[in-house]
Design a protein around this ligand. Structure first.
Ligand SMILES: [Zn+2]
Length: 275
């Protein structure tokens, strides 16, 4: 997604700053904000993996190294995207405009979020609208009757359960509305197996943390957990002998369909996510 945005902005760098380019630039900035949000979880997950007792030394080392390397790669990607020419052009443009006209009152009415979806051709929730989880869950369940979804805590939390081969999957999806009215869905994955902890980390670093329908789609994509090969390295096991713990939307030429219908998912190792 960020690659697509990069090329969209980059390809137009000789173009005037028309509405299309400004919208694409806002999507780019939102993408960087999402990357920054995901980076907040890096230190807590490294700490959690370091204090995780009761595992063998091999598993302990594996979990710790994958988490630490993954976090460092996330940071490097953010730095690359931040320094990228297309990003710097956006900052330069903003600076020039501010010098031309320092009255920023119009900016108050510009939503912070929803530009990525618009840039991809989808519709976005308004930044002040809190999603009706019950409505979205019911709509989603019609397409996925095989997955059990229960709502709890006055419909602010969804419990998603199903079986994938030998794995009993149990996800908790909790809606968190932040001070700036941005809603995000935090997902935890219950169970003692190391792959569950890896899945939780991979789900936390997904794009579109504010979309319940997409999140549920991603969770249901683990139905092939025991057998899915990694889309990047084409293997079942990575060097740490772990199965692919991440699911990401398959990259396609056409924009994603409304409400994530007919979305195809790639399985990826945690270590292959940022390659
Ligand atoms: Zn892989």
């Amino acid at each position: 997604m960020s690659e697509q945005n990069t090329s969209a902005v980059g390809a137009e760098s000789a173009q005037p700053w028309d509405e299309t380019r400004i919208r694409a630039s806002l999507a780019r900035i939102e993408q960087l904000q999402n990357q920054l949000d995901a980076l907040r979880f890096v230190i807590p997950t490294i700490t959690a993996s370091a204090v995780n007792q009761g595992t063998s030394r091999t598993t302990y080392f594996k979990q710790f190294s994958v988490t630490a390397i993954g976090g460092s790669e996330q940071l490097e990607k953010f730095k690359r995207d931040w320094r990228d020419k297309s990003t710097q052009e956006i900052f330069d443009k903003a600076k020039t405009r501010r010098e031309e006209d320092s009255n920023l009152s119009m900016a108050v009415g510009v939503p912070k979020y929803g530009w990525i979806e618009q840039d991809e051709g989808g519709s976005a929730l308004s930044s002040t609208e809190v999603e009706d989880m019950k409505k979205t869950v019911e709509m989603w369940k019609e397409k996925h009757p095989e997955v059990k979804v229960n709502l709890e805590d006055e419909d602010s939390k969804a419990i998603v359960q199903y079986t994938a081969g030998p794995y009993r999957l149990h996800f908790t999806v909790a809606r968190v509305v932040e001070d700036n009215r941005k809603q995000v869905y935090q997902v935890s994955c219950s169970g003692a197996k190391p792959v569950f902890a890896a899945m939780e980390r991979c789900i936390a670093s997904r794009p579109r943390t504010d979309r319940l329908y997409d999140t549920l789609d991603m969770l249901s994509a683990y139905s092939n957990l025991p057998t899915a090969q990694c889309a990047t390295c084409k293997r079942l096991l990575d060097r740490q002998a772990t199965i692919p713990a991440a699911r990401r939307r398959k990259q396609s030429a056409s924009p994603p369909a409304e409400n994530g219908t007919d979305v195809e998912w790639d399985a990826l190792h945690e270590s292959c996510l940022s390659r």
